[in-house]
Every structure is written in C-alpha cells, then in structure tokens.
Design a protein around this ligand. Structure first.
Ligand SMILES: [Cu+2]
Length: 701
C-alpha cells in the first residue's frame, strides 16, 4: 500500500484504471437470538445478514465500492466503521463525528474507492454494539497476486459474553474489579503467600498501582469465526494456506499459536512485511496478521487463540488426520512483578519447545533514539529463527518507510492513564468529553508518543491513516493502523498528515474507549460540512455519562446504605448509617458532592445530619499508600469528623474492612468485618463494633 503511495509510476497506474467497476454489497443489521457460549441463548445479539461475525466482504484493489448498511434494529441506531481503510473522512463511519448515525429503518450507502490491498475488518462504532456481534472481515485482493498459496482463510477472533455489553459497562463503572469474582482472579494475601510473592503484593498496595491487569471483563466464550472450535479447512500435506488473523474482540488480546512449527507471518495490519517466523503472535484488539502455513504432514493442525488473561480460548483446525495440538502459554501469574510483566510476552512456552531459540536480549545494541521504551526487545532474530512471541518490535517493513529528515515535524506526548477502581480512562489526564480535539497541520510529519502509565495494554488506533511504529528496525519500522502500548512503556508513531479530515484516535479496548480514552485528530485545513457540524453537536463522546452504584450493609449491631451517582470526575453520594451504642442506636446521614482530582484526591462539600442535628461543611478525601482511604468533614460549627478505611483481602473470597471513625467531642468508633464474598453482589459474615460482635450481610448493586 505504502509503496504505491511513494511511487509516482503507480499513481499513474491508478489514474489510468480510474474507471473501475462499481462493486455493490448490502449489510442488514438486526437483533437476533444466539447461543455462542454453549451455555445460554441471549436475545440482545446483533447480527449482520443473519450471522455473527458479519459476512466477509471481498474486493479487489481499485474497486469502487458501494455498501448499503440497512438498520433493522427496532430501537437502536447503528453505524459501520471500515477499520484500516483509507477513505474520505465522511465515509469513515463514526457516528456524530464523520458520518450520520443510521436510525432504525434507515439505510446509508457508503461509497469509496479502494486504494490499498490486504486484510482489514469493519465494525460498529455505536455504543457497545461491537461486543454484541457487529464485526466482520474486509479483504482487499491486490490487482496482481505475487504470493502463492492454495487456500485463503479468514480467521476472525472475538470475545463473547452472555451478558448484554451495556450492563458490562455499567458494572465496570460500579467497580473496576467487578469481574474478578467471575474470573476467580482476585488477588489476596493468601494467594501471594502461596505464590511466594508477598513482597510483590505489598508493592502493588504500597505504590497504589494494583496488579497487572490483562482484561477487565469476564467472558463466557472466545470465538474463531463465531465458534469456540471449528475445522477451518481440510487440507492435504503440501498445501499452503493463507490465514488472515483479525482480532475483532472488544477487550481481549490473544496469544495465537499453531501446531506444526513456527508461523510464517507475512503481513501486519494489511501491509506486507519482511516475513518473520514466530512461535506465538500477541495480537491486540483491531490488529490483523497474515500467516502462510504449509501443511507438513497428514495431521490436523490446531490454530489456538488463547485469551491473554488465560481464562479461555478458541481453536481452529487445518489439515486432516490425527490432531497436532498447538502449544499453549501458561496462564499469566496474578503476582507478576512489573518488570517481569513487561517481558511477559516473551515468557517461555509450556508445551513443545520451540525448534529455534530466539536471539538473546542485548540491551547494549538497542537503538534508544527510537523511543520505544524499555520493552524494546531482542535484536531481530535471523530470518530462519522464530521469535518466541511476535510483537510490533519484531516487525520490519518490506520497503523503507522513513520520511525525509527535512520534513516539518509535529511532536506530541500522549499519556495514557486511568483509574481502574472507578473505571475512568484518559489521555493527558482528560477524557474525550473534556478535551475532544488534537489539531494537526496538513503536510506535517506528526509524531505521537504514547506513554502508558497503567498496568494494562492499550491498543491505540488511528482512523484513516497508516503510521510508522518506531522500533529497532529504524528506516524499516513497520506501518500499522493499530499499535499495542504495553503496561508502563512508551511507543512512538509517526505519519505524514496527508488525509485531510477528522479522524478518531482511540484505545481499541471498547470499554476504555467508552469511558474516555479517545480523541479526534482534526486537520486545521479541514472544514466539515454544515450538516456534519450540526450532527457533531449531538456527539455522545462529548457527554459525561452518569453511572450508579449502591451498597446496603445490614448487621445486628450496625447498618448502612450508600447510593452514588458518578460522572468522570464528579460524584454525588448519599449515606445513612446507624450504630448500636449500649442500648440506644446512633443515626448519621449525609449528602455529599465530591470532585476527584486524579486517582487519590477528592474535594467537596455537603450536608450532614448527626443525631437529628444538621450541619453543612466541606469534605476532603485522600487515598494513601496501602490503599488506606481517609475522609475528613469539617462543618460550619468547627466540628470535625475523620473516617479512615482499609480493605484487607485475605483470600479470593474472604476480606476484612477496618474502619476508624473519629468525632470531635465524642469517643472514637471502630468497626472491623470478616466477610465471605461468593460473588460481587453478596457478602456475609461478622461485624465487630466497639459495642461488641455482630453478624450481617452486604449487598452491592
Ligand atoms: Cu485502553
């Protein structure tokens, strides 16, 4: 693709073939009942032309495409974004940003000319519809195929939940740890002790970083082409298969492995690369990789896509005869230290040892000017050596991609950060509704450096462009549309600003996108049409959505109700508590507004009612190392209350909450619980106060 852009001769070729045929397709989106997990039939699914995934669209480079998207969902808008496709901004398919939303009963016709080839995909950009089934492969064949293979197979990877994605998002906003109970990945002192990682666990708490986090959602199934396991092709020994791997998951990275030796990777994100051998490919959301596989023997070779969080995977088979299983990585440990985690992609594999050893890491030879951070890997393996886990660091462009040194540069640092507990994700400290636009100038070489301060991977995607990912390959740095930014590392991308328009730049973790980790990159030379400007006023990206949380504690000696409404930084909380003291019950209620400043500080004010006496005051909260939470309330009479709280997670299911309540002119209260929590919603156990022991339960909603 890029080679064509650079070669004037090829541009001439385009011009002479401009009168290409119009190729028409129709995509009908509707609500459907499906059972993809094998456990439950759900009715919230969205199908395209009756299936999940959506049909594979196949075209040839140079085609004029005309794709009609028909919305037959009775009560929801829909949209389709063409991921990785170079096209005019208004055809990009992001509702309320570039393209009108498609209302129920309406049809929108996309028209554009294909000026590239390779493996791409398409998906809804509305709400969380991508999680509900609106995704499919988009394949563009080159005008003349230079590669020889016998079969062409599309492999669409995805994650599936039997729970409506809208409630997944709401649950995460109640508590970022919501799905740890379902997944059984709650960290605890007992678990750390058993893993011999007490110090690491202590460090997680002390630094307030929490542990490594591979995925926030607990999925019910992982799928290849909509199935948990399937025969992809019955192929004979000697036959060569082209596998087009597309990660269409909403929030799962996959580790892809194959029985039958290392995989020969020939392109990444649709663009041909210098072929590389890999025992495993780490594929982030929205990335694509093409693999050539020649069936070695009369066996049935497994292609395994294992979710990075280790909770499951999907298998496809190629060949026939006895099964040749794919090697599997061990499930990632819950107590990896950060340093180890950053290299986790290069961990040794559990099953058959790779045929070739990777080149050893030689930090002295790394090109630190490439800004790729400390995770920059080993020197590239020789062509006949397989890398243990292929990442963007191992990719080399087929032809040089460097820009002329004299071209004007525009450098921007983009810090990716968030708050896992409250489930807020942002760039440079602001969510998209606070800071929508990054302005760039046509003709500049734009260089974005992503600085990931979190314990998660973020697959960052720029619409409408290919960018270079600066790596040790220097001039041969690969071209991509989506790049994985691993935890606590940096990645720099650069592109020539030559596609005037407005383009989303966002994390392709659907739930990170929905909670703020996004921007619109706007060319200063570009003026949207009046209709587009009007539509943009209703852009949901600009709304600070409200989420709710509630908690009820009922015990023999104390009870409490908490209700909270929260936006990105603002919280409204009402609380009522009653505690038995000797023979009487004390009552206390409050209604507070708080604004958060980063992860640790909150300031606000409100009303307090204590034993029938009301007062107004100011409140301040801070989260100290070890996740010790302190809240102070000073009222208009000079009264002071100080509450200090600390959660201790003993085992996966058993925790204690310790609480100290200091009140001016009164004895200090203590509360300590020992609760068993079988799932997120319910917990029950013992509650001790200064009045003595009690028993009760907790319900969260
Ligand atoms: Cu993200």
């Amino acid at each position: 693709m890029n080679a064509l852009k650079l070669l004037p001769a090829a541009i001439l070729l385009w011009a002479t073939t401009a009168s290409a045929a119009v190729v028409r397709r129709e995509l009908i989106v509707e609500k459907g009942k499906v059972d993809l997990s094998g456990k439950k039939t759900v009715s919230f699914a969205l199908t395209v032309n009756g299936g999940i995934p959506a049909p594979t669209l196949e075209f040839t480079e140079g085609d004029e495409v005309e794709i009609a998207v028909v919305n037959r969902i009775p009560d929801e808008e829909v949209s389709i974004h063409w991921h990785g496709i170079l096209l005019p901004s208004e055809m990009d398919g992001v509702p309320y940003v570039t393209t009108p939303p498609i209302h129920p009963g309406e049809t929108f016709i996309f028209r554009y000319k294909l000026r590239q080839s390779g493996t791409y995909w398409y998906h809804s950009h509305t709400n969380v519809q991508e999680q509900k089934g609106v995704y499919g492969a988009f394949i563009i064949h080159p005008k003349t195929n230079t590669l020889k293979y016998d079969r062409d197979l599309v492999v669409v990877l995805s994650d599936w939940s039997d729970e409506d994605a809208r409630s997944i998002l709401k649950n995460l906003r109640k508590d970022g740890d919501y799905y740890l109970y379902k997944k059984g990945t709650m960290r605890s002192w007992l678990g750390a002790w058993r893993a011999g990682a007490l110090k690491t666990y202590w460090n997680y708490d002390w630094t307030r970083m929490g542990g490594m986090d591979y995925s926030d959602v607990g999925y019910d199934a992982f799928l290849i082409n909509g199935k948990r396991a399937l025969q992809l092709a019955e192929a004979h020994p000697g036959e060569t298969v082209r596998l087009r791997l597309i990660n269409a998951a909403a929030s799962s990275y996959f580790k892809v492995t194959m029985g039958g030796g290392p995989m020969r990777v020939i392109s990444a994100d649709g663009v041909d690369i210098k072929p590389a051998l890999a025992d495993e490919i780490l594929i982030g959301m929205a990335e694509t990789y093409d693999v050539l596989f020649t069936v070695p023997e009369h066996r049935n070779y497994e292609l395994r896509a294992q979710a990075q969080d280790g909770t499951g995977g999907a298998s496809g088979f190629i060949g026939m005869g006895p099964e040749a299983p794919a090697p599997r990585s061990p499930r990632p440990g819950l107590y990896e230290s950060m340093d180890h985690a950053a290299h986790a992609g290069h961990a040794a594999m559990a099953a058959p040892a790779p045929a070739a050893q990777a080149a050893p890491v030689d930090h002295s030879k790394m090109d630190h000017s490439a800004h790729a951070g400390h995770i920059m890997p080993a020197a590239p393996a020789a062509a006949d050596q397989a890398v243990p886990t292929l990442t963007v660091d191992d990719l080399r462009a087929a032809a040089p991609t460097a820009f002329p040194a004299a071209a004007p540069r525009h450098d921007v640092r983009l810090v990716l950060d968030g708050d896992m507990t409250r489930y807020i994700w942002h760039i440079n400290g602001k969510t998209i509704n606070e800071d929508r636009t990054l302005v760039i100038r046509e003709g500049d070489i734009v260089r974005y450096t992503f600085v990931n301060k979190t314990m998660m991977h973020h697959p960052m995607h720029l619409h409408g462009h290919f960018f270079r990912v600066l790596n040790a390959g220097g001039d041969s740095s690969p071209l991509k549309h989506t790049v994985d930014v691993p935890p606590h590392s940096e990645r720099t991308i650069e592109f020539r600003a030559d596609e005037p328009g407005e383009w989303m730049l966002h994390c392709h973790n659907l739930y990170h996108l929905k909670t703020g980790m996004a921007r619109v990159v706007k060319y200063s030379s570009f003026t949207p049409s009046p209709q587009t400007l009007h539509m943009q006023k209703h852009d949901p990206h600009l709304h600070d959505h409200v989420y709710y949380y509630g908690r009820l504690d009922a015990a023999t000696n104390t009870s409490e109700v908490r209700l909270r409404a929260s936006q990105t930084w603002d919280e409204y909380e009402a609380r009522y508590e009653t505690v038995r003291r000797d023979t009487a019950w004390d009552h206390e209620g409050e209604a507070l507004y708080r604004r958060r400043f980063g992860r640790f500080l909150a300031l606000g004010g409100g009303l307090l009612v204590d034993d029938g006496e009301a007062s107004a005051g100011a409140t301040a909260g801070y989260i100290f190392p070890m996740f010790v939470e302190a809240r102070a309330f000073v009222d208009h009479r000079g009264g002071l209350r100080l509450d200090v709280e600390k959660r201790i997670q003993w085992t996966r299911r058993v925790f204690s909450d310790l609480e100290v309540n200091f009140r001016k002119n009164r004895t200090t209260d203590f509360k300590a619980t020992l609760m068993y929590q079988p799932n997120w919603a319910w917990a029950f156990g013992f509650v001790g106060t200064q009045d003595g022991p009690g028993a009760g339960l907790r319900y969260q909603f």
